[in-house]
Design a protein around this ligand. Structure first.
Ligand SMILES: NC(=O)c1ccc[n+]([C@@H]2O[C@H](COP(=O)([O-])OP(=O)(O)OC[C@H]3O[C@@H](n4cnc5c(N)ncnc54)[C@H](O)[C@@H]3O)[C@@H](O)[C@H]2O)c1
Length: 358
């Protein structure tokens, strides 16, 4: 089984199937330095992932665990306050490290809390969902939602280290697994046509294949982030599918609909592919191939209420001068940032998307 160590300019990412040695070395170093360790989980990762970590290093058993409810509904300032209060109650000092053990929700909120508590303690990520392994545990975007608007409160800060262990995928259901696949497809669409082609023959059961595409996805994301950490330029290509996707997630939060992040992004990608075809020279042939591929893998539905979607997109973080900002592609593997559209143009894109679902 291949194990990888990826050194970025600022932190180390370990990828493998059982990173026992590196993980144990890290924990032992913390203990030697008398660093307090706190583990943050959601109720599902507490049950499915925590025992594995405690088994890897039984010394961890004496450290406190903070658990919050799983799901996007927990990515709020209220949950931050709950975690802050627990840290304060335990009088956790600056020489401490928070271990974020969970999916994107835990990595986003845990990183934010760690960065703010007493002006900042260290944190590490142990991503346990496929989505967090290929995307959200990396790159240092941390945040929570506000009034159901996505990621409105946050900051940029990097973990000390990331341990990606595909052992965790064993307890992940098929729907959650596919949820993570979409961000890898996105990496192919915006940056790497060879990765995109490789994904057309996705080998679900092949661990080496999974490790390879995790590694490829990480290296794409890192190469972009190292050029533009604060999302001011090229990093915006990673937002492909997210202007529409985040608005759909907000609607689902308000209406209490069961929609995963990746499922929202899959639809967002197809709407933004439609805009790319209408306004950015994406060929009909590639447009239809992308529709066919994404439709075969994800739960895709028509968008009936365009005004409602527009309302939520109006508060997207990438907007500028009250105009809605999209990343588009001109061909598979090549993205362009900062495309601004008005309501009528977006409506055309959504109508084209709806028509292509027939
Ligand atoms: N910061 C970033 O750069 C970035 C990038 C993409 C997405 N995100 C954010 O990430 C979140 C989505 O991430 P997610 O899909 O991982 O969501 P999540 O953290 O809510 O996890 C999804 C579900 O899977 C469960 N789970 C996690 N690991 C498991 C395991 N090993 N076995 C069984 N169940 C497990 C969780 O408990 C949860 O119920 C969104 O909030 C999104 O905005 C952030």
């Amino acid at each position: 089984m291949k194990n990888y160590k990826l050194k970025t300019k600022k932190y180390m990412i370990n990828v493998g199937n059982g990173n026992i040695l590196e993980f144990n070395n890290f924990i032992e170093k913390c203990i030697f330095n008398k660093t307090n360790i706190i583990i943050l989980c959601d109720n599902i990762t507490h049950e499915k992932c925590l025992p594995y970590i405690l088994n890897l290093n039984p010394l961890l058993k004496k450290y406190p665990v903070i658990t919050i409810q799983s799901g996007e509904n927990s990515k709020t300032l209220q949950s931050c306050e709950y975690i802050f209060s627990k840290l304060l109650e335990m009088n956790i000092d600056k020489n401490s490290i928070l271990i974020n053990l969970g999916g994107g929700m835990i990595c986003d909120i845990g990183g934010l809390v760690a960065s703010l508590y007493r002006r900042g303690i260290n944190f590490i990520n142990i991503p346990t969902s496929f989505l967090s392994m290929v995307d959200s545990s990396l790159g240092g975007k941390l945040g929570v939602n506000l009034n159901n608007f996505k990621n409105q409160i946050g900051l940029f800060n990097l973990p000390k280290i990331v341990f990606i262990d595909i052992h965790f995928l064993k307890t992940l259901g098929k729907r959650q697994f596919k949820n993570g696949m979409i961000e890898i497809f996105k990496h192919g669409l915006i940056f790497d046509v060879i990765l995109w082609r490789k994904l057309l023959d996705f080998k679900f059961k092949n661990e080496n294949f999974i490790l390879d595409i995790i590694k490829k996805s990480i290296s794409i994301k890192n190469s972009i982030i190292e050029k533009d950490f604060r999302d001011e330029n090229i990093r915006k290509i990673l937002n492909f599918g997210h202007t529409v996707g985040h608005a759909l997630e907000s609607i689902a939060l308000v209406k209490k609909k069961d929609l995963l992040h990746g499922e929202a992004i899959a639809i967002g990608i197809l709407v933004e592919v439609s805009l790319s075809h209408l306004y950015n020279n994406l060929s009909k042939k590639e447009t239809l191939i992308i529709f066919k591929t994404i439709k075969s893998l994800f739960k895709i539905f028509k968008i009936k209420n365009i005004k409602e979607l527009y309302f939520w997109m109006k508060k997207d973080k990438k907007n500028f001068d009250k105009r809605i900002n999209f990343t588009l592609i001109s061909c598979i593997g090549n993205a362009q940032i900062d495309n601004f559209f008005n309501f009528d143009q977006i409506k055309n894109g959504i109508e084209y998307y709806n028509k292509n679902l027939n």
